[in-house]
Design a protein around this ligand. Structure first.
Ligand SMILES: Cc1cc2nc3c(=O)[nH]c(=O)nc-3n(C[C@H](O)[C@H](O)[C@H](O)COP(=O)(O)OP(=O)(O)OC[C@H]3O[C@@H](n4cnc5c(N)ncnc54)[C@H](O)[C@@H]3O)c2cc1C
Length: 66
């Protein structure tokens, strides 16, 4: 197996201490039909991309359903 001999010119590590939701909303999204205002995001149901996708999908469906 070939090895990589290059040395990076710059390298830094960053610890994302507050990246994960500590307390989820517990609902996939929030939708106020009267105001035409909705909220979605990973924080509604988790802290991963899948959560963000599902939350956005649920909000889109809520908007379409009226
Ligand atoms: C370092 C790191 C690594 C990760 N690795 C993974 C992984 O390997 N796998 C995985 O599944 N998930 C991972 N995640 C989590 C994943 O990135 C998130 O779950 C996902 O990005 C959440 O999507 P979101 O749309 O809910 O929020 P975000 O992606 O945070 O989007 C929110 C957007 O709103 C904007 N915004 C904020 N405030 C305002 C404002 N006042 N006005 C206008 N715009 C505003 C922000 O600029 C941002 O563009 C990682 C997260 C981090 C930080």
């Amino acid at each position: 197996m070939p090895s990589i001999l290059a040395t990076p010119a710059y390298a830094v590590a960053h610890r994302w201490r507050y990246a994960q939701t500590q307390r989820q909303l517990g609902k996939a999204c929030l939708w106020d039909e009267g105001r035409g205002l909705g909220l979605c995001g990973d924080w509604c149901v988790g802290h991963r991309v899948k959560s963000a996708f599902l939350s956005g999908l649920e909000l889109a469906l809520s908007v379409l359903e009226g």
